[in-house]
Design a binder for this molecule. Structure first.
Ligand SMILES: [Zn+2]
Ligand SMILES: [Zn+2]
Length: 115
């Protein structure tokens, strides 16, 4: 009876036979219960890490710019989530100078393309 086998799938995580409706479509063979448990687990694990990062950013009120080497208030650095302290390594004026330099470079490259 092919219909019977199609009615139930075995979850690759908890190894319980479940009906196809109980499987999450993108869960790599996991049932909804397992998928939810895993998502919840990940959520709980991520939360304390995010909190720790926030705390670190708050304790820092100033830092040295990696370009002009001057210590500046944290407000002078653009927000950047990629960095540990949540701010860029370059102060805003240096950031602007770099951006302009990069734009000039790009323009020069584009001018060279037409030849
Ligand atoms: Zn399962
Ligand atoms: Zn700077």
């Amino acid at each position: 009876m092919p219909a019977a086998t199609a009615r139930s799938r075995t979850c690759t995580r908890c190894e319980q036979p479940k009906s196809p409706e109980e499987f999450y479509p993108y869960s790599h063979g996991w049932c909804c219960d397992c998928y939810r448990a895993k998502a919840l687990d990940r959520y709980h694990r991520l939360k304390p890490a995010a909190k720790r990062r926030e705390g670190k950013a708050q304790t820092r009120t100033e830092k040295p710019c990696s370009d002009c080497k001057k210590t500046k208030p944290i407000e002078d650095f653009a927000r950047n989530r990629a960095h540990r302290d949540g701010r860029d390594n370059l102060c805003k004026p240096c950031q602007k100078t770099r951006r302009q330099a990069r734009a000039a470079e790009a323009r020069a490259e584009m001018a060279g393309c037409g030849r």
